[in-house]
Design a protein around this ligand. Structure first.
Ligand code: G3I
Length: 512
């Protein structure tokens, strides 16, 4: 069989969401380019794809002229990091103060930017008087607060994080004065009050660690489905995306976004940053770049993902170092306001055609070599040995790469255990899992997916041998002889029936 290097598929731009669509339309009407020009800003690149690209900001930073110059030019949307929170806007019951928030909306108006309101109801940065209220007064205090703030910002705020961070990590509801007084009904009540105050604003629930599939995003999914069933006004789900290179990329982010979109909701990436243990180094920055890029690609792949907001654009004003001592370097620009590799990675993902190869050149220049480490194809384990080789001329960021080895599970359990037995990269860097194929094919109803938590592969370099192993959880036998990716070769050879993907797109191998 001939070796086939699959072409990278072109990405069809999704239908623009309302706001972003208006931006794209404005570009077209102004005679602007359909494709992004090299000098375009992040927001212009995003707008050409029907999305916005925004940044959080905060009042103290607005006296930094170099900072505001970039804030006003590169980004099309702002989120106030603190100045619309309850402790600022209603520090005492009935005493409202919108001065700081107004500074942000004024800045945005002057720079043609939209504003995401953050946030009306949250357990944190809540003035003490709310927690001291008798439970019977909590709902009125909450709806009064929402009514006053959302009314004040009518026309200036296009979307609200109405309720922020309602869930614990295990998907149970987080305790707060609102939950204690009203149970989870406080969420519907808050959304209704926000809609009544500003019927034109897009209303969101927002949380962190809901970017990937998991217990917490399942809980958000169940909540929003119920709210929609009840006819509660809700337009979208905000995924904060406070990521860290040491914790890996969220599991199946694109699929997770899509399931919310399939309910008829918008999705927004609302607080993106990618922190790391300091000091930063080239490998960590490469991993960070790949995370920023993967988030951007996930958003572009989901039609209802309306845009991305970074949680401030520079390390200079990041919340991370004070909250996670020893960590930082989380943003697109460094402390000196110079763009980092992640900035270029985002530009490339947004379709910039002029990154000059700085961001890794042709990411498709990879191949995989394979040997069977298994002399007993009828026993209860499959033992592929793999080597990933960079055949190109530029480095490849390993966290972008996944490899698929296709096999049949035969009879017995359909759940699996997987292991990395040895790798010169260190098995801690190698991720592995078994996934079922949506449509089984000859010789393949499952695949072993191998990935990498960090690192990059230099031009011409190989990962060296990665010894993998899998079994069914009932330890029943396989018949590997008909498995799609299996060969009996015990020396390494190019493996056209094993797939290599970069950013989820096939770059090597023939799928079954
Ligand atoms: O304003 C006071 C100042 O007067 C005082 O001198 C100083 C001393 O610590 O504190 C200042 O308040 C700080 C405030 O930011 C304004 O700068 C608080 O201590 C500090 O805790 C607060 O941190 C904010 C954090 O939310 C609070 O949870 C961050 O700036 C803000 O970026 C962060 O944003 C949150 C989102 O709202 C929700 N998602 C997570 C995200 C990151 O934590």
């Amino acid at each position: 069989m001939n070796l086939v290097k699959l072409c990278r598929q072109s990405r069809a731009p999704g239908l623009p969401a309302l706001l972003a669509g208006a931006l794209a339309l404005a570009t077209t009407l102004a005679g602007g380019p359909a494709a992004a020009a090299p000098q375009d800003t992040l927001h212009e690149l995003a707008a050409a794809q029907g999305r916005y690209f925004g940044s959080a900001t905060d009042n103290p930073e607005l006296s930094d002229a170099a900072y505001t110059a970039r804030l006003g030019s590169e980004f099309g949307q702002l989120t106030p990091g603190n100045s619309m929170k309850w402790d600022t806007t209603e520090p005492a019951r009935g005493r409202f103060d919108f001065a700081k928030g107004d500074v942000i909306t004024d800045f945005a108006r002057q720079h043609g930017q939209t504003v995401r309101g953050h946030t009306l109801v949250w357990h944190s940065q809540l003035p003490g008087w709310v927690g001291s209220l008798p439970p019977a007064q909590v709902e009125t205090a909450m709806t009064d607060h929402i009514t006053a703030e959302a009314t004040h910002y009518r026309g200036a705020v296009t979307a609200w994080d109405v309720v922020n961070e309602p869930f614990n990590e295990d998907g149970t509801f987080r305790t707060s004065p609102f939950y204690t007084a009203l149970g989870s009904d406080y969420i519907a009540s808050a959304l209704r009050a926000a809609h009544a105050a500003d019927p034109d604003a897009r209303l969101y629930l927002n949380d962190y660690n809901i970017e990937g599939l998991g217990a917490k995003s399942d809980a958000m999914y169940a909540l929003v489905r119920d709210l929609l069933d009840e006819g509660v006004p809700l337009d979208g789900v905000g995924m904060q995306a406070h990521l860290a290179v040491q914790y890996g990329f969220p599991y199946e982010m694109r699929a997770n976004m899509q399931r919310f979109a399939d309910l008829g909701l918008d999705v927004a990436v609302t607080e993106l940053d990618v922190r790391m243990q300091l000091p930063a180094d080239a490998a960590k920055l490469a991993t960070q770049s790949s995370y920023y890029r993967q988030v951007t690609e996930a958003c572009l792949a989901v039609e209802r993902c309306v845009g991305i907001t970074v949680w401030d654009y520079t390390d200079k004003y990041s919340w991370v170092p004070s909250t996670f001592p020893g960590e930082g370097a989380a943003n697109l620009y460094d402390d000196g306001l110079l763009p980092k590799p992640a900035y270029t990675a985002v530009r490339t993902a947004l379709g910039d055609e002029d990154d000059g190869g700085e961001n890794g050149g042709d990411p498709g220049a990879l191949k995989v070599r394979y040997r069977s480490g298994d002399s007993s194809p009828g026993d209860n384990q499959i033992k592929p040995g793999l080597q990933l080789v960079n055949t190109g001329t530029t480095p490849v960021s390993l966290p972008d790469v996944t490899v698929r080895y296709w096999f049949t599970g035969d009879n017995g359990a359909s759940t699996y255990g997987t292991w990395c037995d040895w790798s010169p990269l260190g098995c801690a860097t190698v991720t592995h899992r078994v996934a079922a194929l949506g449509s089984p094919a000859a010789g393949a109803d499952h695949y072993l997916e191998v990935g990498f938590g960090s690192g990059s592969l230099a031009p011409g370099a190989s990962t060296g041998e990665i010894q993998l192993r899998l079994s069914k959880t009932d330890w029943s036998d396989f018949d590997e002889s008909d498995d799609y990716s299996h060969t009996t070769g015990t020396s390494y050879a190019d493996a056209p029936k094993i797939g290599v993907y970069v950013g989820g797109e096939p770059v090597w191998g023939i799928e079954p």
